[in-house]
Design a protein around this ligand. Structure first.
Ligand code: NDP
Ligand SMILES: O=C1O[C@H](COP(=O)(O)O)[C@@H](O)[C@H](O)[C@H]1O
Length: 486
């Protein structure tokens, strides 16, 4: 490996996530010896100006994590370079190819997806798509199945599937990978991981931020395409998939595709019953007044900033177990969690009043703000009461525990894992073409049903958990969204 080229190397993603991730990898001695990191964008700036901007961004992040080290920075600075290019032009890319020299190149496209097809075509013509080279694509690739295929066909003309790394940064999160360890590194959970023991599953990705300046992108996509098509369906797949025979990229991805193929299509008739769209109004968030989405956008818009969906997986393991997903901006909390709600005991020997109630077990896999896995189990309340009293206790299965005196490891940026894997050519945590196609196919039915119905999203107040209709989605089935940690 000779070089990592960051197309869009001066943009938000590169400055906030990719370059700090590379610093942390360098800090831990994980970057390949001699690796060059080249920022490439149209802006005419000198390498020195670019490197100064990178330092500013990296230093702030590293200091916040108490990981700033001048020696590490000196090493990283020596790797860094910048070249002004128009990545859509082969002519413009040829000098970049010369700068890189001999050896393989991993190109990260941190630019608008609308440029992907033209960029990979230019890369091929400029000699940046040789058999040993790789390309990393940020999500969202396309806006629907058709546009995904158009972009991906251009990618496939330049690169073989093994050279393509489609990022879903949720797969780089530690707790998401820990889900695999929990499910397939233990014998105690797997026998319960099915419709005999599990009542339903909830996946929530709540954000407190609004769309803000990102509306030009967001207004075209909305919560369904921005979050559900990718991050949330990936989480669903990891919860629902069968055990792969090993951890090879294709073994894992084959199992995920089977889940996506088993998702029950959402028909026009079903859409109103099993989906909810919302859009935030003006109000207050974190004690401050905030504008509505339409005010941020500057025009009335029907784009949803919230979506909740009931998904059903039609296979033996999951028949009858609904998977409820919800995500939105300007919600009550920045919180990402997966809730596995087990069934209640078939008969309670403790009576049915408040004191003897047996609550069904619940596993909460929390990704944000903390990373933790906890399980609620019923326990006898200590004491000499004549009639036994029960209480739920929370058992933490957190990976960070490691003994009471252990210092928790620094929480890594999800891109650290993914950059390392892409440079090493390991695509286990990346999305294969057929996975992305199946996810778009399922999501396209929903967006088509919404478009045909011509309905508008329901309003919701900032700081809430979305429109009331999202609560009704569960209430209709006698369930409710999780409000506790376990
Ligand atoms: N920001 C984020 O948190 C996230 C971003 N993403 C995705 O990452 C990608 C980048 O997003 P983001 O960083 O926010 O976008 P920005 O608009 O901040 O950055 C885009 C970059 O692309 C460069 N660029 C534009 N056109 C060209 C071109 N023809 N040749 C070379 N460089 C070009 C721009 O620089 P210049 O004008 O100098 O050319 C700029 O550096 C998008 O696909 C986005 O969807 C995904 C998840 C989160
Ligand atoms: O991909 C995206 O993810 C972020 C949320 O990521 P998280 O790691 O902070 O949960 C979201 O804000 C953004 O809209 C979306 O494009």
């Amino acid at each position: 490996m000779t070089a990592l080229v960051l197309f869009g190397g001066g943009g938000d993603l590169a400055m906030r996530m990719l370059l700090p991730s590379l610093y942390f990898l360098d800090h831990d001695g994980l970057l390949p010896e001699g690796l060059k990191i080249i920022g490439a964008a149209r802006s005419e700036e000198t390498p020195a100006e670019y490197i100064a901007r990178v330092r500013q961004s990296v230093e702030a992040k590293a200091r916040a994590d108490k990981a700033w080290d001048e020696t590490v920075w000196a090493r990283m600075e020596a790797r860094l370079d910048y070249m002004a290019v128009d990545a859509t032009s082969a002519e413009s890319l040829k000098p970049l190819r010369d700068k890189v020299g001999q050896g393989s190149v991993t190109s990260f496209l941190a630019v608008s997806p609308s440029l992907y097809a033209r960029i990979v075509t230019a890369m091929r013509a400029a000699g940046l798509a040789e058999p040993e080279d790789r390309v990393v694509l940020e999500k969202p690739v396309g806006r629907d199945l058709e546009s995904f295929r158009a972009i991906d066909d251009a990618v496939a003309d330049a690169f073989s599937e093994a050279q393509v790394f489609r990022i879903d940064h949720y797969l780089g999160k530690e707790t998401v990978q820990n889900l695999l360890a929990l499910r397939f590194g233990n014998t105690i959970f797997e026998p319960l991981w099915n419709n005999l023991s599990i009542d339903h599953v909830q996946i929530t990705v709540g954000e407190t931020v609004g769309v803000g300046d990102r509306w030009p992108y967001y207004d075209e996509y909305g919560a369904l395409r921005d979050m559900l098509q990718n991050h949330m369906l990936q989480l669903l797949c990891l919860v629902a998939m069968e055990p792969p025979s090993d951890l090879d990229a294709d073994s894992v991805r084959n199992e995920k595709v089977k889940v996506l193929r088993s998702l029950r299509p959402i028909t026009h008739e079903d859409a109103e019953r099993v989906t909810v769209r919302g859009q935030y109004e003006s109000g207050t968030s974190g004690g401050k007044p905030v504008p509505s989405y339409d005010e941020e956008r500057g025009l009335d818009s029907d784009t949803e900033t919230f979506v909740a969906i009931r998904a059903d997986i039609d296979n033996w393991r999951w028949a009858g177990v609904p998977f409820f997903m919800r995500t939105g901006k300007r919600l009550a909390e920045k919180r990402t969690e997966i809730v596995i709600q087990f069934k209640p005991v078939p008969h309670s020997i403790f009576g049915h009043d408040d004191r003897g109630d047996v609550q069904a077990n619940r596993m909460v896999i929390e990704l944000q703000p903390e990373e933790d896995i906890s399980l609620s189990v019923m326990n006898k309340r200590p004491g000499l009461d004549q009639r036994m009293q029960l209480q739920p206790i929370q058992m933490s299965l957190s990976w960070g525990v490691g003994g009471k005196d252990a210092r928790p490891p620094r929480r890594r940026i999800a891109y650290e894992r993914l950059l390392l894997d892409a440079m090493a050519g390991d695509s286990t945590l990346f999305v294969r073409r057929d996975e992305a196609e199946k996810a778009w196919e399922w999501v396209d039915q929903v967006s088509q049903a919404w478009a045909d119905a011509g309905t508008k999203p329901h309003d919701y107040a900032p700081g809430s958990w979305g429109p009331d209709e999202a609560d009704m989605l569960l209430a209709r089935t006698g369930r409710d969204w999780n409000t506790t940690d376990a």
